[in-house]
Design a binder for this molecule. Structure first.
Ligand SMILES: [Zn+2]
Length: 271
């Protein structure tokens, strides 16, 4: 594979009966992928999808907003998802440990901290679930797939205290000072189609060592130019690679090959 979509959700309701054609379109474009779970059901589905398709891997974990109540996204869970999200999920390490025995599971997450919507004791609940998932990653010796929003310093402190493994900061949205802290600690940063239409992360993309960047779509969300407004999909990660080459002013082929090598290195992918 020439490209990797390191963080995608073809397991979400938005792709319903179109999982296989979506993965086939990606593979025809030379794109391998990591399908990411956000709670137990979508994690199990990620493993099932990965086991059924070549060049397709899974990450399993509990997203911080799903460790607490009252968040609902129809693209993710479909219309029937409301009941689950109204109560939240208590992280059950043994259930995820069992799921992690699949050879297709290459990371733990997405997990982390999200302070964007905070209420009551949400912070403490998120922190507990995050620490348990760091410990699970240590136990399985697999990298972390991190979701961090408005909480970079707190997340880094927890990683420094608990993590024996490295990983990737998905959908990185910090400035260069924040980026540097994670890079120095050995974590890669991944970027989405946002790079094709916003200039907020150009400094980070330019300053980071090329071997510490990863590409992703976060499909079905944030489609890159020229697909904006449509449902995003893994094949479109090609646009993210082009954007990184352009921002850095480096040859496309060199950037493409290094970014693909990074994904293989960080997640131990086959090829
Ligand atoms: Zn995600």
């Amino acid at each position: 594979m020439n490209y990797y979509d390191c963080h995608t959700h073809v397991n979400f309701a938005a792709f319903k009966d179109e999982v296989t054609p979506t993965i086939e379109r990606a593979r025809e474009a030379g794109v391998g992928m990591i399908v990411v779970g956000t709670q137990f059901d979508t994690s199990r589905e990620a493993v099932e999808v990965a086991e059924a398709h070549e060049d397709t891997y899974a990450a399993i974990g509990l997203h911080p907003i799903h460790s607490t109540k009252s968040y609902h996204d129809e693209k993710e869970l479909g219309e029937g998802g409301k009941e689950f999200t109204s109560r939240g999920e208590v992280f059950d390490a043994e259930k995820y440990f069992a799921l992690g025995q699949s050879s297709k599971v290459v990371a733990i997450g997405e997990c982390g901290l999200d302070y964007y919507r905070l209420e009551g004791d949400t912070k403490k609940t998120q922190e507990e679930a995050f620490i348990q998932q760091i410990e699970l990653a240590n136990r399985l010796n697999k990298p972390l797939m991190l979701h961090i929003r408005n909480a970079y310093d707190d997340a880094l402190a927890l990683l420094k205290a608990h993590a024996k493994v490295k990983g990737d900061v998905h959908f990185f949205a910090g400035d260069w000072d924040v980026a540097k802290k994670f890079l120095d600690f050995g974590f890669t940063l991944s970027f989405t189609g946002v790079l094709t239409f916003a200039r907020d992360y150009d400094e980070v993309v330019r300053n980071a060592p090329l071997d510490m960047l990863l590409t992703e779509t976060d499909a079905p969300y944030v489609a890159p130019k020229p697909y904006r407004g449509k449902r995003n999909e893994p094949a479109y990660v090609v646009e993210v690679v082009k954007a990184i080459a352009e921002i850095r002013g480096e040859p496309l082929e060199k950037v493409r090959d290094q970014l693909a090598a990074n994904a293989r290195r960080v997640f131990g992918l086959a090829g």
